[in-house]
Ligand binder design. Structure first.
Ligand SMILES: [Zn+2]
Ligand SMILES: [Zn+2]
Length: 116
């Protein structure tokens, strides 16, 4: 039955190395995008509903984690790109400027090839 191990992302199947739940990610993103784009982000939280089977726990609040941060950022980035391309660019830069830059880029680009 189990397609992925408990530590793998339900969307991309990659290992979730630093599990953070969508709620905590949402707060982080909204802290960055501000209230202007809060609605865009909130509307897209639906994308992350319906995955409830996870034994992986959020490092911040202990909630179940079923997708990796990269998939979350990717979805939000796609939304921002439609509603506010200039801002999306900034967003992309910010989240690529972390210590995990290369991992993020690899991960992100592996998707941009498949997702149009
Ligand atoms: Zn993922
Ligand atoms: Zn959390």
């Amino acid at each position: 039955m189990e397609q992925f191990t408990e530590k793998n992302c339900s969307l991309c199947g990659h290992e979730v190395s630093n599990p953070v739940c969508v709620d905590c990610l949402r707060k982080q993103i909204i802290g960055f995008v501000g209230t202007n784009l809060k609605q865009d982000v909130d509307e897209n939280m639906q994308l992350f509903e319906g995955f409830e089977d996870s034994k992986t726990k959020c490092v911040f609040c202990d909630a179940p984690v079923f997708i990796c941060s990269y998939c979350f950022y990717r979805e939000i980035y796609k939304v921002l790109k439609l509603s506010n391309p200039r801002f999306a660019k900034k967003f992309g830069r910010l989240f690529q400027c972390s210590g995990e830059m290369q991992t993020f880029l690899n991960h992100y680009f592996s998707f941009s090839l498949e997702v149009t």
